[in-house]
Design a protein around this ligand. Structure first.
Ligand code: XMP
Length: 516
């Protein structure tokens, strides 16, 4: 098995953007190993890590503000290709003698990019491309030796270059930049001369190697099993490394989807036997959540109760040293528990920032460097069943984050029943596997309906169906009207207490996938 330290790689310097990790992930998707490193990494370390090229990420600061993060000046003399993205462009301009200032016309959203198609970054692209912009500052003048290689209506310097130092004001890493992957591919293969060195087998090898290194030969591990693909893949990897020393604990917190507990028993009991432990803790979870409206508080409560439940199980089993979780890269980024102090928090995922300070276990998270689609590839290669691989992600705090406001029995029931209808109808229309997540949420707003001759006030079910590849960005799915009509009609007819059905049509960003 390989050690990633010896691999040639792209280093992504992290200036604090939410999307810094996504750049890394995109490069790895191209088959080249990439790592996220602090923005002030030294030249010595850059060479020790075998960098073939550097990417400067975006970031929330202004380069001209006091204390803003800037790379070490020596980095520019390393002779390595550099690609600056958004703040990364501004850092390059600022440090090499150009001028950056607050833009008079800020750009957010899609923009039309006119580009010089003979620039190596744009090889094989047309002269007009769609790009995603999100910036308040902009370059006003360029450093000596730089030229503009692309512009938009508002940005004369949408992309600039000087030899192998290249920078773009837009975000090639988000899918809204339609040919962003092609640009990254041009940078990685044509400009940095990287060779492919990163595959699913490598990811499995690295994850198993880490488990072997971490877990002692007699240590026992409990794995938090949710029935989703992340924890199932975690359990599978662990079972291969430690066999019967693995115990999987499934906690029914009363916030599950319809039929979920039964599905878990059916899928995992034959494989795990008595090493599958199912705990019904729904009464305690629902009691602790009573009257809590704040989503962050809900997540923390769920995180804490999960740990308390695992602690109970571990006391019963005795001598459990490790808690394994199916935490992904995205959970860590969104909880802003990553390495940069410049990142800002989106949501405290229950399994990351929701964990209590004194845990009582040591944590093992073999998937923490992977994105969901990478986990799907790993799960397939490990031979996990197709239905499990294709199951939509389900948040750990479950319906607590799909019930907006306080969690009540009535709202939970609506959420559960309406979501089951959404999923059933998608399956029937053959669209289930093509979308990322599909469910119904419910809040406290009420709307009037008519039942027979009677007016009736009831809840509004919010149907959300999104497409995504890694949950960092997402778009609402343009499913056929006939399907929406069927979903709406079934929910209002079959789910007591619902009078209206709406369809959520905001993308991520600016919204998130879950309503809370
Ligand atoms: P958002 O709503 O932030 O979600 O766009 C991104 C992805 O993460 C899932 N999600 C969670 N998963 N614990 C989890 O295990 C959480 O607290 C949590 N919050 C969101 C969400 O379902 C989506 O796939």
């Amino acid at each position: 098995m390989r050690d990633t330290a010896s691999l040639e790689k792209i280093l992504v310097l992290d200036f604090g953007a939410q999307y810094a990790h996504l750049i890394c992930r995109r490069i790895r998707e191209l088959g080249v190993y990439a790592e996220l490193v602090p923005f002030d990494i030294s030249l010595k370390e850059i060479f020790e890590r075998k960098a073939k090229g550097l990417i400067f990420s975006g970031g929330p600061k202004s380069v001209y503000a006091r204390g803003s993060p800037l790379p070490q000046r020596l980095v520019y003399d390393a002779g390595l290709p550099i690609l600056g993205i958004c703040y990364g462009l501004q850092a390059i301009v600022h440090q090499l003698g150009g001028r950056v200032k607050h833009a008079t016309r800020q750009e957010f959203g899609k923009a039309s990019l006119s580009l010089k198609s003979d620039a190596p970054l744009f090889r094989s692209l047309g002269s007009e491309e769609v790009c995603w912009m999100s910036h308040g500052d902009a370059a006003e003048s360029l450093p000596d030796g730089f030229e503009s290689i692309a512009s938009t209506e508002n940005s004369p310097y949408a992309a600039i270059s000087s030899g192998r130092t290249i920078a773009v004001q837009f975000h090639p890493e988000v899918t809204h930049t339609e040919n962003g992957m092609k640009m990254l591919s041009n940078f990685v293969f044509d400009i940095c001369n990287c060779e492919k060195n990163w595959s699913t087998e490598d990811m499995i090898g690295d994850a198993m190697l880490e488990l072997e290194k971490k877990i002692g030969p007699k240590d026992r591990v409990i794995c938090a099993l949710s029935g989703g693909i992340d924890s199932a893949t975690t359990a599978e990897l662990l079972q291969r490394v430690i066999g019967k020393r693995l115990y999987c604990v499934f906690v029914d917190h009363g916030l599950l989807r319809k039929g979920e507990r039964e599905r878990i028993e059916l899928a995992f009991r034959p494989k795990l036997g008595k090493n599958l432990i199912v705990v019904d803790a729904s009464r305690i979870f629902l009691k602790k959540l009573e009257g809590v409206r704040d989503p962050e508080k809900k997540r923390k409560i769920v995180g804490k109760e999960f740990i308390a439940t695992f602690a109970k199980v571990s006391r019963k089993l005795g001598n459990i040293k490790w808690l394994a979780q199916g935490t992904l890269y995205t959970d860590i980024i969104e909880s802003a528990a990553g390495q940069s102090k410049h990142e800002s928090r989106i949501k405290s995922h229950h399994n990351v920032a929701g964990l209590p300070k004194k845990l009582g276990f040591r944590l093992v998270e073999p998937l923490k460097d992977l994105y969901k689609d990478e986990v799907r590839k790993v799960a397939t290669a490990l031979g996990l069943p197709k239905e499990l691989v294709n199951t939509h992600p389900f948040p750990g705090p479950g319906l607590a984050v799909r019930v907006i406001g306080a969690v009540t029995k009535e709202k939970l029931e609506i959420c559960r029943a309406a979501s089951a209808i959404v999923e059933e109808e998608l399956e029937l229309s053959g669209l289930y596997d093509g979308v990322w997540q599909a469910y119904a949420a419910v809040g406290d707003d009420q709307a009037t309906g008519v039942l027979g001759d009677e007016r009736r006030v009831g809840h509004i079910a919010i149907v959300r169906i999104v497409e995504s590849t890694e949950a960092m960005t997402a778009d609402w799915s343009r499913v056929p009207y006939a399907l929406l009509e069927m979903i709406s009609s079934r929910i209002t007819n079959e789910v007591p207490g619902v009078t209206w059905v709406t369809y959520a049509i905001s993308s991520k960003p600016p919204s998130t996938i879950e309503p809370q």
